[in-house]
Design a protein around this ligand. Structure first.
Ligand code: ARG
Length: 469
């Protein structure tokens, strides 16, 4: 017979001890120990609130708070050994409190359940994590913006379908990513509102008969809202799924940027050079300089999506209220968070180290009929209907391809064969710089517009972030 020694904190109704394999299988302390600071902070405020409500004596609360602080220091210093027999971070800390305080330590869990406790810890953890991600996104946006500022006069082909399409400013291209990461930042800030809801007081699932002051505890722990339904509060993890979607979207954007950098540093494109400090070599081919950071960032996107799918799947079909399945939300979330944090930090450094090859980029705008649309627009201004102008220029492009020439390399007489409306001012229209500078529409690539946007963005990225009123 397996004897139940040492007895679990929940072991009252058990006659047999837990099978070792089950103990290992159910334990979460290996990973949820990273919540310890939040767990302790939550317990401290819980004790204070219990004293405020006359549920604990003031001296009892003082002693508990002091000892919780001491346990925090033990863990900070690495002097604390987490024990998987004690299952999770909550029980490990509570057991230590009882070690140190005896019966008084046994009072900390009054009017509380691990079900509302874990919801509290995870919400506090994700609140901070989300703020850190916002800062990392801002650093990346600053790096992209600084490059855009430095490269304000550089032109390259803009692509659609991976075919050269129209000339654009490199700064315009880089600022497109600044917009994407800006929306990612907004999404995280919005998600934070749903993270920042105080669940404690829901207890196991139905609330508690003790007269708690939930508003006081919530305010002390800087929560903006208090949960309104105890059953929802102990079983809601949509804030986790939403957060993981936000992280996934960040990785989608990072992977697109990475893919472009990978292409741009091929000999075929030759648009950019990454710093030696941010690339790696080949163990066999001496000439190689590989963009491994960008490739890994692109590749790591998969595990972040995986985390989102894991959490959605574990929630699907779960009946109310708390189910142990929910413990499975932590590892993928921690992994996704670590992945996104390290990716954002290192991609920022790569961006800072990029050397753009302005001549190569400009040269690439010379081939591929990048100003064909401008020629069609020229005919439209001379009153040719757009669809006909499109046809006409299409035929001119076909003719030029056969000749192995670009549009601006055709003689005026050759062009006039296609339309009498074409005069010698057509050559201005075929100039890539001019083409770009005419796109002065709001959101367009003209230097004037891009400079405006750059200024606006630089203003919003000034350190530290302005407090929103
Ligand atoms: N380790 C658990 C989790 O992460 C904490 C809550 C446990 N509650 C329980 N009734 N066993 O979900």
């Amino acid at each position: 017979m397996i004897v139940n020694t040492p007895k679990k904190l929940w072991g009252g109704r058990f006659q047999l001890g837990t099978d070792r394999a089950v103990e290992r299988y159910t334990s979460s302390v290996e990973f949820d120990q990273r919540l310890y600071r939040y767990d302790i902070e939550g317990s401290i405020v819980h004790c204070r609130m219990l004293a405020k409500q006359g549920i604990l004596q003031p001296e009892e609360a003082d002693k508990l708070v002091e000892t919780l602080g001491q346990i925090r220091q033990e863990i900070d210093r690495g002097d604390f050994s987490f024990d998987s027999k004690l299952e999770d971070v909550h029980m490990n800390i509570e057991a230590r409190l009882i070690d140190l305080l005896g019966p008084l330590g046994q009072k900390v869990h009054t009017a509380r359940s691990r079900n509302d406790q874990i919801a509290l810890d995870f919400r506090m953890y994700l609140r901070d994590a989300s703020d850190r991600c916002v800062e990392l996104l801002r650093d990346l946006r600053r790096a992209l913006t600084a490059q855009a500022r430095e490269q304000l006069d550089v032109i390259l082909p803009g692509y659609t379908h991976m075919q050269r399409a129209q000339p654009v400013l490199l700064a315009h291209h880089l600022l497109a990513y600044v917009e994407m990461f800006g929306r990612d930042e907004e999404r995280l800030k919005d998600c934070r509102k749903r993270i920042n809801v105080f669940p404690l007081g829901s207890a196991a699932l139905s609330g508690t008969p003790f007269d708690l002051d939930r508003l006081y505890a919530a305010e002390t722990l800087e929560f903006d809202e208090v949960s309104r339904n105890s059953m929802d509060a102990v079983s809601d993890r949509d804030f986790v799924a939403e957060f993981l979607f936000d992280l996934s979207m960040i990785m989608v954007h990072v992977s697109r940027l990475s893919e472009e950098l990978i292409l741009w540093c091929t000999k075929e494109f030759d648009f950019v050079e990454m710093s030696d400090a941010h690339t790696t070599g080949s163990s066999i081919m001496p000439q190689k300089k590989n963009p491994d950071v960008a490739e890994l960032a692109r590749g790591k996107t998969g595990r972040v999506f995986g985390a989102l799918v894991a959490v959605l799947t574990l929630l699907k079909g779960l009946p109310l209220t708390y189910n142990r399945d929910m413990q499975e939300d932590k590892e993928p979330t921690f992994d996704a968070l670590d992945t996104v944090s390290s990716t954002l930090a290192v991609v920022t450094r790569v961006i800072q180290g990029l050397k753009f090859k302005r001549e190569s980029m400009f040269e690439a705008t010379g081939r591929g009929f990048l100003t064909a649309t401008d020629l069609a627009d020229y005919l439209v201004r001379k009153d040719m209907p757009f669809r006909r102008a499109h046809q006409t220029v299409g035929q001119m492009v076909q003719y030029a391809i056969e000749q192995g020439r670009e549009l601006h390399e055709l003689d005026l007489s050759e062009m006039k064969e296609f339309s009498k409306l074409i005069e010698d001012d057509v050559y201005d229209v075929l100039d890539v710089r001019r083409s770009l500078e005419t796109r002065r529409v709001l959101g367009g690539t003209a230097t004037e517009r891009v400079a405006d946007e750059l200024g606006r963005i630089e203003e919003t990225l000034k350190q530290p972030e302005e407090e929103e009123s």
